[in-house]
Design a protein around this ligand. Structure first.
Ligand code: OVV
Length: 407
């Protein structure tokens, strides 16, 4: 058995095309649509010699792998590294990187903390914060939408919702950059993100503690499950860490990508202004069209087959959610952004038992923001070229110069 990038190096299974590509190449990460198309064209799976893994990007097989947590486990890590073979950079997440039955327990606690009821109580706060921010940006006219909007909005509303007494936007974003780049190979992106560990990790660990969290937030809701004996105090801290890992950068990406979609498709923005009830659909279409989490891996626990392709035990499978969400055999006019599209079944939040537990929170944030934008902003225009920021798991913008006009 050969080990490569921390996982079992598999041989190409019969019937699978080898493709000499690096899915974590910075240029592909910044502009992935052609790579997505080629991946789908290779078949149900492609073999990637550079990492000795399989990759899938067609809708059906990507969904099948993600939906089957028994054959395709998360406890061995959702990146290239197999946690059975190599020690991960941090203690594994007890929800993302766990399987049932343990996962069922932690997921139940997290799902309750992030329940519809808990989120409904934040709606007014989110809407007020959105109106204030959009007014400020209209006042400025032109602005850099990644820092001043996509980051600014979640940075204002998410830490208070968690109950963080003290917030540090830079450290929270740097930590997320570590978490999401960590699922890739040991490339330049991963190393650059990890270089900040000594400064960022102790801060995160400290702010997951009970006494750092204010009553009424998601953090304390998790610690209440420890009081009830459902999880230990340590596990509660680990679940708060999951909130801080997955709760900020993802919504930053979603908001930036939504603005990019709307600025690139002025007719669709007009449709949204005519019918603001489409705000929710516009966000779902943004998720489908730009897949803020572009890919995660699973590990085949045993030998199995998918689409008649034999998959050996221990194989890492790169599930390219961004490619599945653009699969023309599943989505009519897949390469067009249409706010009125039926987007049910998109894989941007994953699917199955690991499907995004914070998705209602993400929707509540972006809907508050898009509602304020649609109500107040007549036109959204580029004020320079957008620049994408390569990341081993996140597809998001680095720079988005925009103009908001009231008329
Ligand atoms: C979905 C997700 C992404 C990144 C980190 C985590 C979860 C976590 O549980 O730490």
């Amino acid at each position: 058995m050969e080990i490569h990038e921390g996982h079992i190096a598999i041989a190409p299974p019969p019937g699978v095309t080898a493709w000499d590509v690096d899915p974590y190449d910075a240029e592909i990460l910044a502009d992935p649509v052609e790579y997505y198309r080629e991946l789908r064209a290779k078949g149900a799976f492609a073999y990637i010699p550079k990492y000795a893994i399989l990759a899938c990007g067609r809708y059906a097989e990507t969904r099948e792998v993600f939906a089957d947590n028994e054959r395709f486990v998360s406890s061995r890590g959702v990146g290239l590294q197999d946690f059975q073979l190599q020690e991960p950079w941090r203690p594994p997440s007890i929800i993302l990187e766990a399987d049932p039955p343990y996962h069922t327990k932690t997921r139940t606690v997290m799902a309750r903390a992030l329940s519809a009821g808990a989120i409904a109580g934040l709606k007014d706060q989110f809407e007020r914060a959105a109106e204030t921010l959009v007014d400020e940006l209209l006042e400025k006219g032109s602005f850099e939408a990644v820092t001043e909007l996509a980051e600014a909005f979640p940075a204002r509303v998410f830490p208070p919702a968690v109950g963080l007494a003290e917030t540090d936007r830079r450290r929270l974003l740097d930590y997320a950059a570590m978490v999401f780049n960590a699922v890739g190979p040991d490339n330049e992106l991963r190393r650059a993100a990890m270089a900040k560990a000594a400064d960022v990790v102790p801060w995160i660990t400290e702010h997951c503690k009970r006494y750092r969290l204010k009553p009424g937030g998601f953090g304390r809701a998790i610690y209440e499950a420890a009081d009830a004996g459902e999880v230990t105090e340590t596990e509660a801290g680990m679940l708060v860490r999951s909130l801080l890992s997955a709760g900020l950068d993802t919504t930053v990406a979603g908001i930036g990508n939504a603005l990019w979609c709307l600025a690139s498709n002025p007719k669709e923005y007009e449709a949204l202004k005519r019918d603001p009830a489409l705000v929710r659909a516009a966000f779902e279409e943004t998720l489908r069209f730009t897949s803020p989490v572009h890919s995660f891996c699973r590990t085949a626990q045993h030998g199995t087959t998918v689409a008649a392709i034999p998959i050996p035990a221990g194989a890492k499978i790169l599930c390219v959610l961004g490619a599945a969400n653009l699969d023309e055999s599943h989505w009519p006019d897949a390469d067009r952004f249409k706010v009125a599209r039926r987007t049910a079944g998109h894989l941007a939040f994953g699917t199955g038992i690991h499907g995004c537990v914070g998705q209602q929170l993400a929707r509540a944030e972006i809907e508050a923001l898009l509602k304020a934008i649609v109500a107040k902003v007549g036109h959204i225009e580029f004020n320079g070229d957008p620049v994408w920021r390569p990341n081993n798991a996140i597809h998001a913008l680095d720079k988005l110069p925009l103009v908001f006009r009231a008329d």
